[in-house]
Design a protein. Structure first.
Length: 459
């Protein structure tokens, strides 16, 4: 033990070149280097700028990036992101250097040397990430924002409806072109309920509907508009769908634009296939994805979207294999991890799915979809305690965001009932009834409550 300690002291004393540099310089250099790899992917800057311009819950860093973009374009926005990413690392190293300087004697030399080694290690890792990124960066803005869709909207006069996740991308393309009277919460409710959307449209008519970003969040509205005689599908591309008010034939497909790089074309086709599928063009979606896979069959951006398409079409074994391949290309990636857990659950590999969702729920404790999937997996393995805890977390998130909670109360009631707690089950069933259910659902819930109460009264 004493020999190992002496070796560490000797190593720290041997770093003479580094020790001649001031600690603030080393901290700044390591901080900047650690932040540079994140700038290679334009998607992160687009996301930060878009949310800063359009999201009601944007962070101060996103708002600062948006302000920088408005004054100096992408270059200044990248610079702001570099600074905001470097500051935490720089401050962290400065604190470590200060802490080491407070020590005395040999521990001080050892502590200072270890901080230098940490600076060097972080810097080396950043250089390695720049030289050999896990996935090549996406730079073409056509793959990141709905440029063509927004251009079409600009020529329209009237009120524009957008699903919440479409707003950041639209803001990057052309500023505020949606109806500001609708909050993100209101827009989410309308996107998920054609009945509510029609009521809003009758009150104050829309002239255009842009569905982009997370297109799946507006699937009910998409299906409604595809069947509506007073709306038509004017454009569908890799970024989303555009519906215009009127009575023209729906557009079946949009020509794929030219891309200088094969990978960019493959990513476009993979994105496009998911939107084709959402619009009901399953055959075109499959052929588009097949071409994307033939071009870049080992690329993460293509593979996880291929798994998404397979999952959307309930081809779960294929989704399981494709998500596994995506995870091999980019270990630990969120989208592929979620799809892997979902496909494992749907193929009845319940224990493996529960393991995956357990990891995901720890990594993303505030992700509604992850928590809901984890609750499903917990029920599948009969771990009702884990199911209850996860659903209670979901309930708190829904209440904080003022989202509907009736379904969560019903799931919680079922979970408590499985654990043999009738009081808690009845309480959640009554909460669901109080929030408002359809007449058939309310009838079923009252019948269940009556059954639980009758069984509880039995000797």
């Amino acid at each position: 033990m004493r020999g190992a300690y002496s070796s560490l002291v000797r190593i720290s004393n041997d770093i003479s070149i580094l020790k001649n540099l001031p600690a603030p310089t080393a901290s700044l250099a390591a901080g900047i280097l650690s932040a540079i790899p994140g700038l290679s992917d334009r998607a992160e800057t687009v996301r930060a700028v878009g949310h800063g311009m359009a999201s009601e819950s944007a962070s101060w860093g996103q708002r600062l990036s948006a302000l920088a973009f408005q004054f100096g374009g992408w270059g200044l926005a990248d610079a702001v992101r570099l600074v905001s990413g470097a500051i935490p690392w720089c401050l962290g190293f400065l604190v470590l250097f200060w802490g080491a300087s407070r020590l005395k004697g040999r521990p001080r030399n050892l502590g200072t040397g270890l901080v230098w080694l940490l600076c060097a290690g972080v810097s080396a890792h950043a250089v390695w990430m720049m030289a050999a990124p896990a996935s090549p960066p996406i730079r073409d803005l056509r793959l990141l924002a709905p440029l063509a869709l927004v251009d079409m909207i600009k020529s329209e006069q009237g009120r524009v409806f957008m699903n919440p996740s479409a707003r950041p991308g639209a803001a990057v393309c052309g500023g505020n072109i949606w109806d500001n009277s609708l909050t993100e919460k209101s827009a989410s409710d309308l996107a998920g309920s054609p009945t509510k959307w029609r009521e809003e449209d009758r009150s104050k008519p829309f002239s255009a509907v842009l569905i982009a970003g997370r297109v799946f969040e507006a699937k009910p509205l998409i299906r409604h508009l595809l069947d509506a005689p007073d709306w038509y599908l004017a454009r569908i591309d890799n970024q989303g769908l555009l519906f215009l008010h009127g009575q023209k034939p729906d557009l079946a497909a949009t020509p794929v634009p030219d891309f200088p790089a094969q990978r960019d074309r493959a990513i476009y086709l993979a994105q496009y296939s998911l939107n084709l599928d959402a619009a009901g063009f399953q055959t075109l979606a499959a052929s588009s994805m097949d071409e994307a896979l033939s071009l870049e069959g080992k690329d993460y951006e293509v593979l996880f979207r291929a798994a998404s398409l397979s999952a959307s079409q309930s081809l779960w074994e294929r989704a399981r294999k494709q998500s596994a391949a995506a995870l091999k290309a980019s270990p630990g990636a969120y989208e592929a991890s979620y799809l892997q857990a979902l496909s494992l659950l749907e193929t009845r590999a319940f224990e493996k799915s529960f393991e995956c969702t357990s990891i995901l729920s720890r990594q993303y404790p505030d992700d509604f979809n992850v928590l809901l999937l984890h609750a499903r997996a917990a029920r599948a393995v009969h771990d009702y305690t884990a199911e209850t805890k996860t659903l209670e977390r979901l309930l708190r998130l829904a209440e904080d965001s003022k989202s509907p909670t009736a379904r969560i109360h019903i799931f919680l009631a079922q979970s408590w009932a499985q654990r043999g707690f009738p009081e808690q089950a009845i309480s959640h069933y009554q909460a669901a009834l109080a929030e408002g259910l359809s007449s058939d659902e309310a009838k079923d819930v009252r019948a269940i409550v009556t059954t639980i109460e009758n069984n509880r009264l039995k000797p």
